[in-house]
Design a binder for this molecule. Structure first.
Ligand code: BYC
Length: 311
């Protein structure tokens, strides 16, 4: 019966076994994974937009090649993740429809504009830095296809993180104008990066069940703390400042303590009212409409091949 199956399912997770497509799982486990993996896939695809906007304006050929490769990686991450979600029985069309209709969530961070070239370095350093902390935790997740996708994605994110950090550190040592651009970008991206990990644990309705079933192996606040502990000292060491007057190192715990996060801003962005939400969705809708002929051509080709096979 259900309780027995649930006990066995939880015992498998406790033994560190992966749950695979086709294995028995509680409906709530399936629902939570579809929610998270599809939101994650949408984030990768929408996440191509803020950086993609700078491909034509990269300052050197080297930077342009790096940026093209990074944005292309993000499309690939979207692909793996949509496939991982499909193993749970949801269709690609249903996920895209949820994104394009504005029903589905995607990461808050991509609803902020990229105003200068220094934002591209800062996204690599801070946004990919935050993503790596979150995704290293998810690489341990109990669902096989998601866990394996995370291992590959994290390897690629590490390259994204390094190129961003290298860029910002270089500008921090550059001309006064370059230093000022790097600082301005840190000032604008620091707080949104902290919000990426989601609400505080006490305000996070999904964490309890996700941790119980090994989908998340750390809580939002734990991941946020890891991110701050790594990045705060590195930013300060580069001679840049962090826009949080309460930020300080706590000798006793070994953690960097931060000031209050503006959760009103976070919920505004999550509910569709951030600075760039409308533009991001419009861009995705336009891309979908302009890609209609590709989908039609593929269908026509498949039909032709099937007809030829039958003949
Ligand atoms: N933005 O109960 P909670 C990338 C929602 S892409 C928007 O704590 P959970 C990259 C949350 O969905 C990075 N919404 O949720 C790409 C929930 O609403 P619903 C994307 C957020 O799931 C290109 C509600 O708030 N990474 O790295 O326990 C270029 C309550 O929250 C956010 C992923 O998607 C947010 N920031 O924890 C560069 C990783 N935070 O769904 C880089 C996968 C929370 O109940 N996802 N919400 O209506 C996760 O790890 C978890 O879903 C989260 C949130 C940690 C994000």
């Amino acid at each position: 019966d259900y309780n027995e199956r649930l006990r066995e399912f939880e015992a498998r997770i406790a033994r560190g076994e992966k749950i695979e497509p086709g294995d028995w799982m509680p409906e709530e486990y399936r629902r939570q994974l579809i929610r998270m993996i599809s939101q994650h896939a949408h984030s990768e695809v929408v996440g191509m937009l803020p950086e993609g906007a700078w491909i034509t304006r990269a300052p050197t050929l080297k930077r342009k090649m790096i940026l093209v490769a990074k944005v292309q990686d993000e499309a690939g991450h979207g692909q793996y993740l949509y496939h991982a979600a499909e193993t749970l029985g949801i269709s690609r069309e249903a996920m895209l429809e949820a994104l394009l209709s504005g029903k589905a969530k995607y990461s808050s961070i991509f609803n902020y504009p990229t105003l200068t070239w220094a934002d591209i370095g800062t996204i690599g350093w801070l946004v990919d830095g935050a993503a790596i902390k979150n995704q290293t935790m998810l690489a341990q997740c109990s669902y096989g296809p998601y866990s394996r996708a995370m291992v590959r994605i994290c390897a690629e994110e590490t390259f994204h993180h390094k190129q961003g950090k290298e860029m910002v550190l270089l500008y921090a040592k550059g001309t006064p104008k370059q230093r000022q651009m790097a600082q301005d970008a840190i000032n604008r991206w620091w707080w949104p990066a902290l919000m990426m990990m989601g609400p505080h644990d006490k305000d996070s309705p999904n964490t309890e069940i996700l941790v119980r079933w090994g989908i998340k192996t750390k809580t939002n606040d734990q991941v946020r703390q890891e991110f701050i502990n790594e990045h705060a000292p590195e930013i300060l060491e580069a001679g840049l400042s962090i826009p949080d007057p309460e930020l300080r190192y706590d000798e006793q715990t070994g953690n960097w303590r931060h000031g209050p996060i503006n959760w009103d801003e976070f919920w505004q962005v999550v509910s569709g009212n951030g600075p760039m939400n409308k533009e991001r969705l419009e861009a995705r809708r336009r891309a979908h409409a302009e890609g209609a002929w590709v989908r039609e051509a593929l269908e026509a080709y498949a039909a032709k091949k099937q007809k030829a096979a039958l003949a």
